[in-house]
Design a protein. Structure first.
Length: 272
């Protein structure tokens, strides 16, 4: 399955376009904190490409942290529209572009161009994850950084793959019902471990500035879907000529309510 086969994909852009209406100063600050966690040495003066920009929130965070320029690409027209609208509103005086581009069709002049290549929670939705990761890695300049977040493998992958395929094709009314059942079960589980579900939802924006309901929709419908173990990601990306700088890895679990993402930052080895 190719990334260009849009008919097989969940409409992520509609979800991001709707989510973008809720972006406020607090969400922007949380997105900035998320970027700072991955790049504690800063990104000031760096060229930055955001592969799968979604709402554009993290493209904006990069600009606010002093990136020299940001190139935002996404296969979904609604995502590019949301990104453009957000950056026009908050970063009109900064250097950025937002374009409809598939990572598989990235032009040759993008190869080896960027100090930082960033793709958070995107490449596992291409339908061809490992080639997509390799394509993304080609955009990193020598000595530059490659940051990706990929779904952690769980024991429930087969179930979630089937569920996502069903949800992505289901009418919106059915999606709404499935989403309500999922969120109710998820929040009930919080009660069982003595967590306050109301506080959980209220404070959800501290997770990279995200929104619980939109994230639930994204998780349930995020098809195509692939996942990997942390050691597999480390090994395969290192083999492409990168060395790991830092990572935030998740354990292999049952995945009853889904999966989080392994986060990795690699540096492209500079050859003399």
């Amino acid at each position: 399955m190719s990334l260009v086969e849009r008919s097989s994909h969940f409409e992520f852009g509609e979800n991001w376009k709707d989510y973008s209406k809720s972006i406020d100063k607090e969400r922007i600050n949380q997105a900035i904190a998320g970027i700072q966690k991955l790049f504690p040495d800063g990104i000031d003066g760096q060229t930055f490409v955001d592969i799968g920009s979604g709402s554009g929130l993290h493209s904006l965070a990069a600009l606010m942290l002093g990136a020299k320029s940001v190139t935002s690409i996404d296969i979904d027209e609604n995502s590019v529209e949301a990104t453009s609208k957000l950056l026009t509103a908050h970063a009109a005086d900064k250097r950025w572009t937002a374009e409809v581009v598939s990572i598989f069709d990235a032009p040759n002049d993008m190869k080896g161009k960027f100090d930082i290549v960033y793709s958070w929670g995107v490449l596992h939705h291409t339908g061809d994850m490992w080639p997509a990761i390799e394509k993304a890695s080609e955009l990193v300049k020598s000595g530059g950084l490659f940051c990706i977040a990929i779904y952690a493998a769980t024991r429930s992958e087969r179930f979630w793959t089937s569920e996502k395929a069903f949800y992505a094709r289901a009418p919106k009314s059915i999606q709404w019902i499935v989403r309500q059942v999922y969120m109710a079960a998820y929040l009930s589980a919080k009660l069982l471990v003595l967590q306050n579900p109301i506080s959980y939802v209220r404070n959800y924006k501290s997770n990279r500035g995200m929104n619980f309901s939109h994230d639930a929709h994204d998780w349930l419908g995020g098809y195509p879907y692939e996942a990997a173990r942390a050691e597999e990601l480390h090994g395969r990306i290192s083999a492409l000529g990168f060395s790991e700088v830092r990572s935030f890895r998740l354990p292999y679990t049952m995945g009853v309510f889904g999966a989080g993402c392994h986060e990795f930052v690699f540096r492209k080895v500079a050859f003399s």
